[in-house]
Design a protein around this ligand. Structure first.
Ligand code: FES
Length: 332
């Protein structure tokens, strides 16, 4: 059961040609969005991308956030909930290390408590806003206000943004043949999201599904090695290509990585596939957990595809149970 339309080239061992990252304009504003909950991170990215031209750096983890801020080339921090670092600690650190960095705090709650607003205004941060979809207009307004102030300050000071092509900090990679740049040691999933690659990430970046898997065509050695969780998941997923990696489980360490993202639509459920039986597939339909192709683009969707999905689900549940019990025996 393999994903036959995907790239199957083995990882290259040759040192890759250095990639030339695309030139950014000096006026590009660099915004870091820090949020560990990948659903909230995606929503924030989509909203902020829709209202202006920025260079966005999504950070899902504390070390990644600190490393990105340390590059010294950040104009604004949009700070949600970050695992391993409380919002107050991060704000304190920012005031100490990057004194003039504007910060917009983001709360998951629909209503912001008054004491929180007072604290934010007392400390002189940009603002605080809710990421709840019902408050989208507030989020847009606050980001527009704060960025217009930053832009005016830049113009007044004829501030020149440092060149993003500082290869000590930023490195180049290719996604589906297109150039992208990223701070070193960024999680591959964050890079894909930042480059508007559509990824289902069904397990929220926990390494427990395969919906974020990609194929590494070059530079496998420039990624962090697979975690135990990743190896376990890939072994269950029937993705046979040796160059498959879970984007949520690896970071890019050096320049020269080239990845291909599987093409197609991940199905939401058996019911979704059942509703499509008898129609022609507008795009390749992929199993939501295993990444296996169920129907190729342009083919008629038959009941046999649904039966295949049901049997893959059963097999997956069985293998998951065996692996989890093996894992718990090893621990005991
Ligand atoms: S998002 Fe599920 S394994 Fe990466």
């Amino acid at each position: 059961m393999s994903n036959s339309s995907n790239s199957s080239n083995p990882p290259s061992t040759q040192k890759p040609e250095p990639l030339v990252p695309p030139k950014q304009t000096v006026s590009s504003m660099r915004i870091v969005i820090a949020e560990s909950n990948l659903t909230h991170l995606s929503t924030l990215l989509e909203t902020i991308e829709s209202i202006g031209k920025w260079v966005l750096y999504p950070c899902a983890e504390y070390p990644e956030l600190i490393q990105t801020l340390s590059s010294g080339a950040v104009d604004l921090l949009i700070l949600g909930n970050v695992d391993q670092g409380s919002c107050f600690e991060i704000c304190r650190l920012c005031r100490k290390e990057w004194e003039h960095l504007p910060i917009i705090l983001v709360s998951h709650d629909a209503t912001i408590p008054d004491f929180y607003r007072h604290w934010v205004s007392e400390k002189g941060f940009g603002d605080v806003v809710s990421s709840d979809p019902s408050n989208r207009n507030d989020l847009v307004r606050v980001v527009q206000n704060v960025t217009s102030v930053i832009r005016a300050q830049k113009q007044a000071l004829t501030f020149a943004v440092p060149d993003v092509q500082d290869t000590e900090t930023y490195i180049g990679l290719k996604i589906d043949g297109k150039h992208a740049t990223t701070p070193r040691e960024t999680r591959l999933l964050s890079i894909l999201l930042n480059n508007k690659v559509s990824i289902l990430k069904a397990c929220g970046g926990q390494g427990r599904c395969a919906t974020c898997h990609v194929f590494v065509d070059k530079g496998m050695e420039y990624l962090t090695p697979p975690t135990e969780q990743e190896l376990m998941t890939l072994s269950m997923m029937k993705i046979e290509q040796p160059n498959a990696r879970l984007a949520c489980q690896c970071k890019v360490l050096e320049q020269g990585v080239e990845v291909t993202v599987p093409k197609g639509k991940y199905l939401g459920s058996e019911a979704e596939l059942e509703s499509l039986v008898g129609k022609r597939a507008q795009q390749t339909l992929i199993h939501p957990l295993t990444g296996e192709i169920l129907v190729h683009e342009g083919k008629l969707i038959l009941r046999s595809a649904l039966e295949k999905m049901q049997s893959v689900n059963k097999e997956f549940e069985k293998e998951m149970g065996v692996l989890l019990s093996r894992k718990s025996k090893r621990r005991n």
